[in-house]
Design a protein around this ligand. Sequence first.
Ligand SMILES: Nc1ncnc2c1ncn2[C@@H]1O[C@H](COP(=O)(O)OP(=O)(O)OP(=O)(O)O)[C@@H](O)[C@H]1O
Ligand SMILES: [Mg+2]
Length: 247
Amino acid sequence: MKTLTVMNEKGGVGKTNIVAHGGWYFAERFRTLVIDLDQQANLTATLGAHLARTSSVDLFADVAKVEPVGPLTVTRSTRELLGIEGADRACIETFRDNLASMADDYDVCVIDTPPALTNRTFGALLAADAVLAPIGINDYSLQGVAELIRAIKGVSSHYHRAEPDFLGLLPSIFDRKSRRERELYEALAEQLGKILFPGIVAKRDAYSRAASEGMPVWEIKTAAARDAGNEIRGVFETVATKMELGA
Ligand SMILES: Nc1ncnc2c1ncn2[C@@H]1O[C@H](COP(=O)(O)OP(=O)(O)OP(=O)(O)O)[C@@H](O)[C@H]1O
Ligand SMILES: [Mg+2]
């Protein structure tokens, strides 16, 4: 099993939208596990058709395994996840160990994290083989980038492990009609070079609709949704290649 953690301390940058589509995309090809670590439970609502009996919080406590419910299996978020933040730091390693114990049960795991650098996010980073960081194309989002990279490196060095593969900053909810955003994006591409993910997720109504209807954009039958589908499938095709999934 290879684990992808989607993180950014910044809220509302499209993490959950990207994880939901990653789950749907990978489940068409691989045995896929999705873990919702955000007590807001947006992902749990969107992927509600695929819930396992195990809750995400269980993975921080005892020895826990998640029984697959189909090609896509999702562990639900509950308010108890907040308790992880006051818990002993050992729970971070318990989470990593529980995921490692499922190495043969799933091919890929995707983790959605809360918009904060908390024990849950540290657990998700410790368990990660790869990290993807959605960003908004605006100055505030960009100011957090150094902190984000520091967190990834910090967790690895604290636990004496090799760093996960940083797949890049993925421009998300990108308003291509905004001249300001297009200009910022151009500047970024030049400035960030390799740490900018080769792809974008544009701002499109089809994504909000996908979230509320619990289906990927490529199953929504409108021309606009078809464009969204091609776009986000392209993103995950690149992610799969970078993670050497199915190789
Ligand atoms: N590409 C997009 N185009 C249009 N709307 C989007 C897009 N991506 C996400 N949204 C909408 O924007 C809002 C925030 O997105 P989302 O919940 O995925 O962000 P998040 O980073 O997970 O937020 P949080 O930090 O609160 O967990 C949601 O209402 C979602 O439906
Ligand atoms: Mg979210």
